[in-house]
Design a binder for this molecule. Structure first.
Ligand SMILES: [Zn+2]
Ligand SMILES: [Zn+2]
Length: 338
């Protein structure tokens, strides 16, 4: 595997996340935050000064909408090189398209899409994202989509009255038909001039992070639902920012966010852990290990914790209580710069 290189600068644009909050303040050292209400207003200058000299208007149809899922547009810069990728693609076409347009995101700069794991809340907007990205970069080669080879026919979970199915993830054939070049990877590898590292399987080393309780997958070949609590296809993404350390992007952390952070440190040569952004999945039965999780994260001494998507409010409360000043929740429409 090529070595992950240090980058000068990292920018994260939250295209889709569960929470909308353009008005809370962020006061975390080392983090620049944009996309708040004031930035949205600047995009709508008033043509006439008939409102007593008001120069701008906050237009509600310029604000993003939240949805249960995740999609982050991430740009790494090193010297005069700038490379951009998309981490996950939101739960449905409509929301990805709506937010990408409202944010005026430069989607033509996206060269690669990584899916964190096969769950529809991360893959549902993929086909639309592929076609919009290719349309925005007509002279470039088709966007590459980096996927884990083990795609379940359906995923779901055991409910009180039997299996509950999610919608199917897009198939490899559908993703190719939408105009992407598919690459399949289950081992750690670097992409885009070695500025990003995509993990392989995440080792489970903590005793309490036991996966997605009652998780199941449907096997079309046997016609039956099978237990699938570990979600072994989940892969995180990370960068190494000079002078700051590792910034880790995690989809749902079904492996456990502490396992994610520990493996990131292992792959990154045990340099400093700077930030962890994405879904921590400390909801439902997993609320039972919030305290252990936050204590262990605290021991890893990150500078910033940026829970979003499926993290849940209880985990955010515990982080703020245990590690005051380090919480910067990921919310839709926000632009974070490291
Ligand atoms: Zn998931
Ligand atoms: Zn999820």
């Amino acid at each position: 595997m090529s070595q992950l290189v240090e980058i000068d600068h990292l920018e994260v644009f939250v295209i889709v996340d569960n929470e909308v909050d353009p008005i809370s303040s962020y006061k975390v050292p080392g983090l620049t935050v944009g996309g708040q209400l004031a930035d949205v207003a600047v995009r709508a200058p008033l043509q006439h000064a008939e409102r007593g000299g008001a120069g701008f208007e906050i237009r509600m149809d310029n604000l993003c909408c939240g949805a249960h899922g995740l999609s982050l547009m991430i740009t790494a810069t090193k010297g005069d090189k700038r490379r951009t990728m998309l981490f996950d693609t939101a739960p449905e076409d409509h929301i990805w398209e709506l937010n990408a347009r409202r944010l005026e995101a430069d989607i033509g700069s996206v060269e690669l899409v990584q899916l964190s794991h096969w769950h529809r809340d991360h893959s549902g907007g993929m086909l639309k994202a592929i076609s919009m990205i290719n349309e925005a970069r007509p002279s470039a080669s088709p966007v590459v989509v980096d996927l884990h080879p083990d795609r379940p026919h359906y995923r779901g979970f055991q409910g009180p009255a039997g299996p509950v199915s999610l919608e199917a993830d897009p198939t490899f054939a559908e993703i190719e038909a939408a105009g992407a070049t598919v690459v399949k990877n289950d081992k750690p590898h670097t992409v885009l001039d070695d500025m990003f590292l995509v993990s392989g399987e995440i080792p489970r080393v903590t005793s309490y992070e036991v996966g997605f309780k009652r998780g199941m997958r449907y096997n079309q070949d046997t016609g039956s639902w099978e237990s699938d609590e570990l979600i072994l296809d989940e892969r995180f993404l990370m960068c190494n920012v000079t002078g700051k350390g590792l910034v880790v992007f995690t989809g749902c952390s079904h492996a456990g966010v502490v396992n994610v952070a520990k493996h990131a440190l292992q792959l990154g040569g045990n340099t400093k852990l700077h930030a962890v952004i994405g879904g921590y999945h400390l909801v439902g039965p997993n609320e039972g290990w919030i305290k252990e999780t936050v204590a262990d994260l605290n021991d890893l001494n990150p500078d910033i914790l940026m829970p979003g998507h499926c993290s849940g409010w209880r985990a955010k409360v515990e982080i703020e209580r245990m590690m005051p000043g380090k919480l910067a929740p990921s919310t839709v429409g926000t632009k974070f710069s490291f």
